[in-house]
Ligand binder design. Structure first.
Ligand code: ATP
Length: 496
């Protein structure tokens, strides 16, 4: 509004001067030049940078909307209580909490936590990303940092709030270790300004500012950012465990009609390693699949297919020739038979429908969320990986290139055995191990498992063919149906 009025007055002034007989050409020329300058500066983001601002509760996210992060939430709430109980803080002479750093893998709910923190403390929420501060022009980043803090103060004052939360996502981009970007000092200046602003935050400021930042590369951050008095608290927001995944699934299925056959518990079990963002996407994909099939409710098989989609990628339309399809089926049945052998009940799906990079696949469910593995477990995994190619050899008489990825993983797993001191070499430094010795040990681990798988699958040639026939007709077999099948064929389970 003020801009329009000033423009009107200016224009009227120029017209008045022109009517009074003054030469207004130089004035017009100067105004044009100034306009062009402002336009260029704006288009390059040098003058104005607006940050996403939300008043308290505008985002409507609260801590109850975040699943599987009870420990992180408790830690965070404890820190936020400093903002809520300002009087006590001043009375006890406690230094204000200036920064909270949320660390953890992508999609685990760090942004959600910051939004919920703003709601919890009834603060204004100003969000931005580290990349918004990085520019080619020296000084622009530092200016934006000043602007960011000013925006937080101004917005809080305007909305009559006494606190604001500034959230900087991907802070590693702006707060990386100084002196590493040799081309220019723009990064360093931006970070310096950030430190200056944080140091300037006082307990008796009219608007209390808390800086929250998120990163999954805490090792990249400049130590100056992490020292006490700046990011005082680090809250770890990790991937949720099984019960956490169940909580997140329940949250994202609140607004969805689920059929009676849906077991979110089972879905949580099958989604080890999924982040909150993956689980949100899973619930969404399952609903889309239900809609495509014209179902009024989402069924368990929609969730299972959605897991495959998230893990493997979109289903492909391409249909390999019959002969190749048969080979893929033999390969997957090989994986599944050995998978079921080494961990009964673990096969959750096998299919020959191409998805992403795979022509077919067999998915195994981890029995429990495990983070530590024994040598036996790793050897069993190698057996499962080798089984596809060995099944091809037993049934079709030769192998194919389809097993390249399986072998890569088998070699990696054997390397893990060496690295963890569980090989015949004992505890060694893998980095200085001679390449031929490493190769020899890896080969011997793999050969030993290869022999076991050959013995096992060699006795099951007939059964493999029977399951392959079912797979070729059905295209996919769920874990439960696969177990029913092998029980009906009364497949012997020799010890391997
Ligand atoms: P990044 O590090 O990639 O920025 P992030 O950790 O900040 O990711 P969010 O942006 O908070 O992740 O989460 C993305 C989406 O995933 C959320 O909008 C939400 O739908 C879902 N989500 C993630 N974590 C959780 C959780 N713990 N509970 C419920 N939903 C979650």
């Amino acid at each position: 509004m003020i801009k329009e009025i000033s423009l009107g007055i200016g224009l009227a002034g120029v017209i008045f001067l022109a009517i009074s007989g003054y030469d207004v050409v130089p004035i017009l020329f100067l105004l044009m030049a100034a306009g062009i300058l402002i336009y260029v500066a704006r288009s390059r983001g040098m003058l104005v940078k607006s940050f996403s601002v939300a008043p308290a509760n505008a985002s409507k996210v609260n801590f109850e909307d975040i699943g599987g992060q009870a420990t992180a939430i408790n830690e965070l709430k404890e820190a936020l209580d400093f903002i809520i109980n300002q009087d006590k803080i001043i009375y006890l002479g406690i230094r204000p909490l200036k920064g909270i750093l949320l660390t953890g893998p992508p999609g685990t709910g760090k942004t959600l936590m910051a939004k919920a923190a703003a709601g919890y403390t009834e603060s204004v929420f100003v969000a931005c990303s580290g990349s918004e501060f990085i520019e080619m022009y020296a000084g622009v980043g530092a200016q934006r940092v000043r602007q960011l803090f000013q925006t937080a103060r101004d917005t809080a004052t305007k909305l009559k709030k006494d606190s604001a939360i500034i959230f900087i996502d991907e802070i590693d981009i702006l707060g990386g270790k100084r002196g590493q970007n040799t081309s220019h000092h723009e990064y360093d200046q931006t970070l310096n300004q950030m430190l200056v602003e944080m140091d300037g935050l006082k307990v008796n400021d009219k608007v209390k500012i808390l800086v929250m930042a998120a990163t999954n590369r805490v090792d990249m951050l400049d130590p100056a950012l992490l020292r006490p008095g700046r990011f005082d608290r680090q809250v770890k927001v990790d991937l949720a465990d099984r019960s956490g995944r169940l909580e997140i699934l329940k949250l994202h299925c609140r607004n969805k009609p689920l059929s009676d056959d849906v077991s979110l518990n089972e879905i949580a079990k099958q989604t080890f390693g999924f982040s909150g963002a993956h689980l949100e996407s899973l619930a969404n994909e399952a609903a889309i699949l239900a809609m495509r099939e014209g179902c009024a409710e989402i069924k368990q098989h929609h969730f299972l297919e959605a897991i495959d989609k998230i893990m493997m990628g979109e289903k492909l339309e391409k249909r390999p020739p019959r002969e190749e399809l048969e080979r893929v089926a033999v390969h997957e049945v090989g994986h599944a038979l050995v998978g079921e052998k080494v961990r009964p009940g673990s096969v959750s799906m096998l299919t020959i429908a191409p998805r992403g990079q795979a022509l077919g696949y067999m998915r195994q469910t981890p029995e429990n969320d495990s983070y530590l593995y024994t040598r036996e477990y790793l050897e069993n995994q190698i057996q499962v990986l080798l089984a596809g190619s060995i099944a091809e050899e037993i049934v079709l008489g030769n192998r194919s290139t389809g097993a390249g990825n399986d072998f890569e993983q088998a070699i990696k797993t054997a390397g893990q055995i060496i690295k963890s001191g569980m090989s015949e070499l004992g505890v060694v430094d893998p980095d200085i191990l001679p390449a031929d010795l490493r190769h020899k040990v890896i080969s011997s681990i793999i050969k030993e498992q290869e022999k076991k798988v050959k013995d096992f699958l060699g006795s099951l040639k007939g059964a493999i063919k029977q399951v392959v026939n079912v797979l070729l007709t059905e295209e996919k077999i769920t874990g439960d149906n696969f177990r029913k099948l092998i029980n009906s064929f009364s497949i012997a389970r020799p010890q391997i």
